[in-house]
Structures are given as structure tokens and as C-alpha cells.
Design a protein around this ligand. Structure first.
Ligand code: XBP
Ligand code: MG
Length: 254
């Protein structure tokens, strides 16, 4: 029997709702700082989220929506500078305390720690952003809870490519049959399932309409005893919140 050894968490949208009121605002503040007249509203940002990675997202936006833009320097250099500024704005936004963990995330992490289930992170975000999120939303020592934090450009291809999950599995020294991924989007789901992982998806406003047919479980959030989750796809007989027993069930029945 495949036995659960590790949980691998996505970051943005999964640990916390960071996109609409975090990353999106940070991009806009960076554009403003550079005197650029671009503002990403909530609707446009939803479309841009199909492109993982901040630098890749800016580059795609320019190609798709501002093809007449004449960069004042080499485009790649400008994008890197904008992204550095965006990272600083994102950290500053986190420090204001407006972004909280999603329901059930901390409970699940703590129960995994108690049961000796290993933890890892697989995110498209830059390492600095992932670390800032962990420390400001959870605890200063939160990065040490995760044996592997795989992020951003550590791999050549971002989600939906499976590279970041393969990196995590290699560094954990575990086969995919021993791990469950927790994601919030179709891009993340594709990355995890292509790497061979059973995957639970916790949807949010930007992702609930995604095609998530490949997921082993789709819920509105991980749930708490006091805040039951809603199972949108997958087994419904496991009570009211995501547990390690449910993760084990997903492994065996994928
Ligand atoms: C989220 C992303 C990222 C963030 C911005 O990935 O797609 O691009 O929006 O991150 P995930 P950076 O859900 O896999 O964590 O600006 O740091 O690239
Ligand atoms: Mg995500």
C-alpha cells in the first residue's frame, strides 16, 4: 500500500489568498514607481494569472496588450527591475497584516508535524516572496517547517510544467506515490499531476471555474472543525475538514 510520507503545498492561493490584494497591487505599485501607466484591474489580473511567474506575466502583458510599448532599456532588464520593485512592494503589503492563512492550512501543517509527515513547498513565486509570505502570515520560524522550499527560477520551466514538483520529490528523496500535493489552480494541478502526484485543489474566486477534472479532490478550502469545507469533487464521506486520513485515502484511490 502507498503510505503518505509528505504533503507538498503550493503557496499563492493555497496557503493564503495573495493574488488579488497582494501580488496584483504590488505589480501596480511597481508600474507606478517606474512612471508606467499600466494598472491591472481584478478582471485583467484573472486572465494574466494563466501565466505563472511575475517576470513572465509582465512580459506576456506587454506582448499581448501593449505591443507598441518602446522600452527605455533592454526589455529583459526592465522586466527584472520592475519585478524587483514588485517584490519589495509585496513584502511591504504583507507587513501591513492584511493577508491571512486560508482556513485549515495551519491545522493541517500542525497535524502533519505531529504525525511525522514531511512538508515541502512547490511554488512559481520568487523565493523571496514565498519566504516573506511564510514569515509574515504564519511565524518567523515557518520556513523551517518545510524540508524543501522550491520556488521561482530554481527550475527552468514554471507551472504548468511539472519541474518544480520533480525538484521537490528529488530533494525529499520520495516517489510521487508517497506524497499529496495541495494546489489552488489548474496550472498547479497540471504541474502536480504530470509529476505523478495525487492532488487536492482548494479553489478561490480566481480558480473555481478552472477545469479541475484531473484533481483527486476539489474543495472550497481545507476546512476547520468550526468551519466545514464543501467538497466540490471527489470523496464526500470524510467529514468536514481535510485530514491526513483523507490525504492517505487520495493516495490509495488515485
Ligand atoms: C503564483 C504565481 C506567481 C505570483 C507572483 O504561483 O503565479 O507568479 O502571482 O509571483 P503559485 P512572483 O500559485 O504556484 O505559488 O512575482 O514572485 O513571480
Ligand atoms: Mg497557486
Amino acid at each position: 500500500m502507498d503510505t503518505l510520507k509528505a504533503l507538498i503545498f503550493d503557496v499563492d492561493g493555497t496557503l493564503a489568498e495573495t493574488e488579488r490584494d497582494g501580488h496584483r497591487l504590488a505589480f501596480n505599485r511597481a508600474f507606478q514607481e517606474f512612471g508606467l501607466p499600466w494598472r491591472w484591474d481584478e478582471g485583467l489580473y484573472g486572465k494574466l494569472l494563466d501565466i505563472g511567474g511575475g517576470k513572465e506575466r509582465i512580459t506576456y502583458f506587454l506582448k499581448r496588450y501593449r505591443s507598441d510599448f518602446q522600452p527605455p532599456m533592454e526589455l529583459e532588464v526592465l522586466v527584472k527591475k520592475l519585478h524587483m520593485a514588485k517584490t519589495a512592494h509585496f513584502k511591504a503589503l504583507l507587513e501591513t497584516g492584511g493577508i491571512q492563512p486560508r482556513p485549515g492550512v495551519l491545522r493541517l501543517i500542525q497535524s502533519a508535524q505531529k504525525r511525522g509527515i514531511r512538508l515541502a513547498i512547490a511554488t512559481t513565486s520568487a523565493p523571496a516572496n514565498a519566504l516573506a509570505l511564510l514569515t509574515s502570515v504564519f511565524a518567523p520560524e515557518a520556513p523551517s517547517w518545510f524540508e524543501v522550499i522550491a520556488a521561482g527560477d530554481m527550475v527552468p520551466a514554471k507551472k504548468p510544467a511539472p519541474d518544480i514538483y520533480q525538484y521537490v520529490l528529488d530533494h525529499l528523496g520520495l516517489p510521487p506515490e508517497a506524497c499529496v500535493a495541495i494546489e489552488d489552480s489548474r496550472q498547479g494541478l497540471l504541474a502536480a499531476t504530470t509529476a505523478g502526484l495525487a492532488t487536492a485543489v482548494t479553489v478561490n474566486d480566481y480558480t473555481r471555474h478552472h477545469d479541475l477534472a484531473l484533481a483527486d479532490l476539489v474543495v472550497n478550502h481545507l476546512g476547520e472543525p468550526s468551519e466545514p469545507f464543501e467538497v466540490l469533487q471527489g470523496p464526500k464521506e470524510f467529514g468536514y475538514f481535510f485530514t491526513l486520513d483523507l490525504a492517505q485515502y487520495l493516495l490509495i484511490n488515485r
